[in-house]
Design a protein around this ligand. Structure first.
Ligand code: R1P
Ligand code: URA
Length: 237
């Protein structure tokens, strides 16, 4: 009998997970991508309703799976995808709050770096401060795809925050002043897990709200309308 790999959080029951996986925080955004972009779709995970699907895009195998919100959650899913299921390219397709004046709703950010207030890095016992960064290979490829599609993107440093609601109301302004483009909650852990295992990771974000301009998209828009970044990410397969 064939032994099917499974973990406490991902049970594909023998179904394939592709080497390239798109990772939205929201499992229903994963379903949206599978329903609207992929062909020959097979669902490979439903544990905890963290939906995962494998299909083809332009004839190439690609998977998409939710990660949940926050560093511990993406820490678990990305670690298992890499170290148990052999995934080589992990592309987060998330939402973020903009921190710079020249950013608007629906703008796209490539997270070249992910600063963080998370303690995730402490597990590595490094004798200094680690800088979580994207895979240059994926970043360059994504920028070339965006250029070919005529899409404007912002490339820079984002903040991976452990808090969505921060009791320190001065924090966002300080990160803005040092040039951080936007706040999200997962990229740094994804970059660290990928670096520790020697695989590739990139975070692509759509601006869902502006932290200082009081502008925001709805929950439905966050689930179903962030398609410009999908057009870039899917072409990375
Ligand atoms: O839209 P996703 O990918 O979940 O990303 C952002 O949205 C969530 C907060 O609303 C956090 O997970 C944050 O990183
Ligand atoms: O983490 C997030 C995501 C969207 N908007 C924010 O302000 N923070």
């Amino acid at each position: 009998m064939t032994e099917h790999k499974q973990t406490a959080h991902i049970n594909p029951e023998g179904k394939e997970i592709a080497e390239t996986v798109l990772l939205p925080g929201d499992p229903l955004r994963a379903k949206f991508i599978a329903d609207n972009y992929l062909e020959d779709v097979v669902q490979f995970n439903s544990v905890r309703n963290m939906f995962g699907y494998t299909g083809t895009y332009n004839g190439k195998k690609i998977s998409v799976m939710g990660t949940g919100m926050g560093v511990p959650s993406i820490g678990i899913y990305s670690w298992e995808l890499i170290n148990i299921f052999g995934v080589k390219n992990l592309i987060r397709v998330g939402s973020c709050g903009a921190l710079q004046d020249d950013l608007n709703l629906y703008d796209i950010i490539f997270a070249m770096g992910a600063s963080t207030n998370s303690n995730y890095v402490s597990q590595y016992n490094l004798p200094g401060h680690y800088a979580p960064v994207a895979s240059y290979e994926l970043l360059e490829k994504a920028k070339n795809i965006a250029d070919e599609q005529g899409q404007t993107v912002h490339v820079g440093n984002v903040l991976t925050s452990d808090t969505f609601y921060n009791a320190d109301e001065t924090a966002a302004k300080k990160w803005s002043d040092i040039g951080i483009l936007g706040i999200e909650m997962e990229a740094a852990a994804l970059y660290m897990n990928a670096a520790a295992a020697g695989v590739n990771a990139l975070t692509i974000l759509t601006v869902s709200d502006h932290v200082f301009k009081q502008e925001e998209t709805t929950a439905d828009e966050r689930q179903n309308s962030f398609t410009k970044m999908m057009d870039i990410a899917l072409n990375l397969a």
